[in-house]
Design a protein around this ligand. Structure first.
Ligand code: ADP
Ligand code: MG
Length: 590
């Protein structure tokens, strides 16, 4: 066992030229536009170059990748064409990012090659990369073990092992793999651990595999200061969805992550958001890897606005330019909280972290507040009036902008006809605005500030009104009870629409030609509007903008889609299994 020795704690920044780098690396760093080394780079690079073991601890965004990639590249002996440096990363996305950074830094080092290896990609390409003599291998622990077992990866020439985000790897359950990998390398190797936190699991790993490592700990703000505006709302449990929708609308959010405490809650919330017309999808633990990848890809491309996830599933999400992170359910502790919200406020932009605190969760919040030194502001739930006022302001701004720019198709004929019939211009404009005005909210009798009074909405005692108003779709066979008195609002389900919530129109422009598609399933089959929106957006990969009016009938339904997407949509939908039934789709003659 070895203790961690000699703490290097500094905030000093030096020019790269003072860190003992080769001309090739200095050139690469300059080409990348890095003007000076960040504190962790200033402190870690010389330590790593000296060959001793090291533990690096600094915040996200402080430049750790280059801090280890630069010495890694410098230490490669180009005459040996076998893995010499192994970098372990928790996720495939990180492995790819690190490999890209290594490639950029090694640009002028002829003969240095890197290869990322991770699950989900065919073995061929990775094995080829290894055969071609890559000296720097960047991989996820699972795949590294896999290739070791297949003997495609040989680690006997490895002189340096770097664990990036070691705490996260342990969180993800990679302990055995990491221990296996470290045991498969020679005792004489240099071991470097990077970790944002130092829980006991990490300390044990370091004690077991490190040789008197130097601790380099930096407590400076990140390079790209993660400015996160944090707030919380005390909300009754059954009101969370309503409050969430209000906050999304009020703030005009269109890209965010929403954390739920359980898989069931994630399923339920995703349904609710879809039914309210948000492009939402979910990510949870039981989804297969390919399914997760698909969802993540769509999220990255922003086809999905809001990703609903549990903590476990979210570990693989390396999207970090989010506008907002919602804690729909509070996390277990302060560390999880910090982890969750760290995905917003990157790249120099201010992020938002919004937490809902229901009932007894307040004690959890107190723990989190202690951990974050109380920087979470308490906020008041916005009233419907505020949301609507904001929406109409947005609408007004849009209208004004459109008029000023003149970028609309003129409808002189139509307007003239109305004028000829004696309507005043003000009346015509007002009627139009009425048609476009915000929908009424889902449940007007719903008071998000607190539980519903006895008898208020007739909700059975002991159950959440929320679940009763929106029963889960898979509630078993049999005839459906009569339709709920207040169906969920459907942003896309009527000719009326409220003004666009964001830059993108939430609905197709009125003059976009639409085609009606008939679907063979309806209410009798336990189908809801949200399901149709979901299957069309999902299976047919249509963005919300291309989906219009949805009409549910008893044994069939209709959905309008952008005319040019109609054929492919029908092809994607016709014949698939949906809610346990075969779905037939066809284009309606116009
Ligand atoms: P960490 O791994 O500590 O979270 P990264 O290595 O991902 O941080 O770096 C965060 C960001 O800072 C990246 O966009 C990276 O390109 C940039 N960066 C790294 N080093 C420097 C530097 N010396 N000067 C300017 N930007 C840097
Ligand atoms: Mg990093």
């Amino acid at each position: 066992m070895h203790a961690i020795t000699a703490l290097v704690e500094t905030m000093e920044k030096k020019p790269f030229s003072e860190l003992g780098l080769s001309p090739e690396l200095l050139r690469a760093v300059e080409k990348m536009g890095y003007e000076e080394a960040s504190p962790i780079q200033t402190a870690a690079i010389p330590v790593m170059l000296s060959g001793v073991d090291m533990v690096g601890q600094s915040q996200t965004g402080s430049g750790k990748t280059a801090a280890f990639a630069i010495p890694a590249i410098e230490r490669v002996d180009i005459s040996v064409r076998a893995p010499q440096v192994l970098i372990l990363c928790p996720t495939r996305e990180l492995a790819v990012q690190v490999a890209e950074e290594v490639a950029k830094l090694a640009l002028f080092k002829r003969g240095v090659r890197e290869v990322p290896i991770y699950g989900g990609q065919s073995y061929d390409r990775q094995i080829r990369g290894l055969k071609e003599g890559a000296q720097i291998v960047i991989g996820t622990p699972g795949r590294v073990i896999d290739l070791l077992e297949r003997r495609a990866l040989v680690l006997d020439q490895v002189k340096m092992v770097i664990l990036d985000e070691a705490d996260r790897m342990l969180d993800m359950g990679f302990r055995d793999e990491i221990e296996g990998i470290l045991s498969a390398t020679s005792e004489g190797r240099q071991t470097v651990f990077f970790s944002a936190t130092m829980p006991v699991g990490i300390k044990r790993l370091i004690e077991r595999f490190g040789k008197e490592p130097r601790l380099v700990k930096i407590e400076t703000p990140a390079l790209t200061a993660p400015a996160i505006e944090q707030s919380y709302y005390e909300v009754d449990r059954r009101s969370k969805v309503e409050v969430l929708a209000r906050l999304i609308d009020l703030n005009d959010f269109s890209y965010g992550l929403i954390f739920c405490g359980t898989k069931m809650m994630a399923d339920e919330l995703t349904e609710q958001l879809l039914a309210r017309g948000y492009a939402a999808d979910k990510l949870h633990g039981d989804m297969s890897q390919p399914m997760r990848e698909r969802v993540l890809n769509r999220f990255r491309k922003r086809t999905i606005e809001f990703l609903v996830a549990t903590d476990v599933a979210a570990r693989g999400i390396d999207v970090d330019d989010l506008e907002v992170v919602f804690n729909f359910d509070l996390p277990q502790d302060g560390e999880d909280y910090v982890h969750r919200i760290g995905r917003t406020g990157r790249a120099g932009r201010t992020g938002r972290a919004i937490s809902f605190v229901a009932g007894r969760e307040i004690y959890k919040l107190q723990g989190i507040l202690r951990h974050t030194k109380g920087r979470i502001r308490r906020e008041r739930v916005p009233s419907l009036e505020e949301v609507e006022e904001k929406r109409s302001n947005l609408f007004f701004d849009k209208l004004k902008e459109t008029l000023e720019k003149g970028d609309f198709r003129r409808q002189d004929n139509l307007v003239d006809r109305l004028l000829e019939q004696g309507h005043s211009p003000t009346d015509i404009a007002s009627a139009l605005m009425h048609l476009l005005s915000p929908e009424k909210p889902a449940s007007p009798d719903f008071d998000p500030a607190g539980p519903r009074g006895p008898g208020g909405g007739g909700a059975p005692r002991g159950r959440d009104a929320y679940y009763d108003a929106h029963p889960p779709v898979e509630r078993g066979p049999g005839p459906r009870p009569s339709a709920p008195s207040s169906p969920p609002p459907q942003r896309s389900a009527g000719p009326d629409t409220r003004p666009p919530r964001s830059e993108k129109p939430a609905r197709p422009p009125a003059d976009l030609p639409m085609t009606r598609i008939a679907l063979s399933l309806g209410r009798e089959h336990n189908i809801q509007v949200g399901d149709i929106l979901g299957v069309v957006a999902g299976a047919a990969r249509l963005p919300r903008e291309a989906i219009g009016f949805i009409k549910l009938n008893d044994d069939h339904s209709f959905v309008d889609v952008a005319a040019d997407a109609a054929e492919p949509t029908v092809q994607a939908l016709d014949g698939i299994k949906f809610k346990g039934k075969k779905l037939r789709a066809k284009v309606m003659p116009s």
